[in-house]
Design a binder for this molecule. Structure first.
Ligand code: SF4
Length: 378
């Protein structure tokens, strides 16, 4: 917003005195002085090394149980529909010790689950600071002591064995087999991979500048299934990207049939100003066609979510209790390792407990069951 709309806010509409980009918070005292002296102030420069590593977030709306921990900022991928590389800058990773310190602080405050967060977590690489793209110019010492995502995830899993660990988001071309073995090895790393693909058509993937093919994505899915057999996979999908034909759309549906995702986040394409697609591609798929294709994607996802949910019936899953169920005050709601919502009668359990729940029924998005005891994560 700050980057894209700075002149509109400051000059045209004159509705603000101060525009601060996401990486400019350390400049706030100077900027405020400018404003106090009657001048408009602006700093939207994106940093090469700012990772907010020494900032302790104020966790508004926190449930006190689950928390997000940022590990990277920015993205180097340049998907043609995406505004992130322009608004968040190039990719840089946060110092591992500051990540561990933040998790330690959360643990001491009673949090039970963290999600390591970044636009492309599998690409995490700490070598002493700076942009990921500059790693090739790092010193031999920096290269020898660099920490990648496999190592970071293992450090967190070993350092906090009673803390549940999630991560998001993964990018198919950066998710290597080694990370799958780390996920499989540690019971406290959740068995859920959010793996956006956006389209099942190779032609559209190329137009989107996604750096993988449909076949490479399917090979990765096969690897996930063989290394983490009980893992859940979720998707992001866009319908109606510029030039998308009916055949491209059918490729998306057939890829979904291949994977049978547990759940997903589905959108119809809308142009983002400043992106390559926004500047160079005509938004030429009619809105009615986009909407119809999106509905077909959503309907298919709904069908697969049912199939995946039914697979849990009769099984016992470990649930971290997060809150009282919205539908009944007599029930708790939490998620299992696969990030599926589970609802069960409260009994004497409390929020923050890890409870083993035997699943007896389901809907497409929720599992229902009965508690059978505490899990050994408590
Ligand atoms: S869609 Fe994701 S991977 Fe692609 S540029 Fe945006 S943030 Fe990066």
């Amino acid at each position: 917003m700050a980057e894209r709309l700075k002149s509109q806010f400051l000059e045209e509409e004159k509705i603000v005195d101060l525009v601060v980009g996401p990486d400019a918070y350390k400049d706030l005292p100077n900027l405020l002085s400018e404003v106090e002296e009657g001048r408009d102030a602006i700093n939207v420069i994106l940093s090469k090394d700012e990772t907010y590593g020494d900032i302790s977030p104020v966790r508004l709306m926190s449930n006190g149980i689950t928390a997000l921990v940022s590990i990277t900022r920015g993205c180097d991928n340049m998907c043609t529909f995406c505004v992130v590389p322009f608004t968040r800058g190039r990719e840089r990773s946060r110092e591992p010790q500051s990540i561990m310190n933040e998790i330690q602080d959360l643990w001491s405050k009673g949090f039970k689950e963290i999600t390591l967060l970044g636009q492309n977590v599998d690409s995490y690489l700490w070598y002493g600071g700076g942009l990921k793209k500059d790693f090739e110019n790092a010193t031999e010492m920096q290269k020898a002591t660099a920490v990648d995502f496999d190592q970071l995830l293992e450090m967190v899993a070993v350092g906090f064995p009673k803390m549940r660990i999630r991560f998001s988001t993964s990018n198919p071309q950066d998710m290597h087999e080694s990370i799958l073995h780390v996920i499989a090895k540690y019971p406290n790393i959740c068995k859920h991979i959010h793996l956006p693909v956006q389209s099942g058509s190779n032609r559209i993937l190329k137009e989107m500048n996604r750096l993988h093919t449909r076949e490479e994505y399917m090979t990765l899915i096969d690897k996930i299934r063989s290394i983490i057999p009980d893992g859940a996979i979720s998707q992001d999908m866009i319908s109606g990207f510029p030039t998308e034909t009916e055949e491209d759309h059918q490729d998306t549906l057939s890829l979904m049939e291949y994977v049978k995702y547990n759940f997903g986040y589905m959108y119809s394409y809308s142009e983002r100003p400043g992106t390559l697609a926004g500047r160079k591609m005509e938004d030429d798929v009619p809105e009615t066609t986009k909407a119809r294709r999106l509905q077909e994607i959503v309907d298919l996802q709904q069908k697969h979510a049912w199939l995946r949910s039914e697979e849990f019936i009769g099984k016992t899953v470990e649930v971290l209790v997060e809150k009282v169920s919205k539908k009944s005050t007599e029930e708790f709601s939490g998620r299992n390792s696969q990030s599926i919502t589970v609802v069960f009668p409260k009994e004497n359990y409390k929020i923050g407990d890890f409870v083993n729940v035997k699943i007896t029924s389901c809907t497409s998005g929720t599992l229902k069951g009965e508690a059978v005891g505490y899990s050994n994560m408590n």
